[in-house]
Design a protein. Structure first.
Length: 91
């Protein structure tokens, strides 16, 4: 299989299962999943607790507490602005 074929298969898989740019961080340090779909991350958070959030937000330095604050209040604070901008650029 060459690189072009591999890329084509990855594109097909992404269309079938959705983009996997989310993470779930559970209540315990050992409970972490990265590179999963939004639906799966939110299902884990609902079922087991913890936080589902986009990888782009976390990779830009955002924390789970900041993500939850933005989702609950709708306001972006000075401390979470950089991470929110990085997440917004991926939309």
């Amino acid at each position: 299989m060459n690189a072009a074929q591999l890329t084509a298969f990855r594109d097909i898989a992404e269309q079938m299962i959705g983009t996997a740019y989310w993470q779930w961080i559970g209540p315990h340090m050992s409970q972490r999943m990265f590179g999963i779909t939004r639906e799966r991350a939110e299902a884990y958070a609902h079922r087991h607790g913890g936080t589902a959030m986009p990888l782009a937000f976390a990779n830009a330095g955002g924390t789970a507490a900041q993500w939850l604050d933005i989702m609950e209040t709708g306001r972006v604070t000075r401390g979470s602005a950089r991470a929110w901008d990085a997440y917004s650029a991926t939309k």
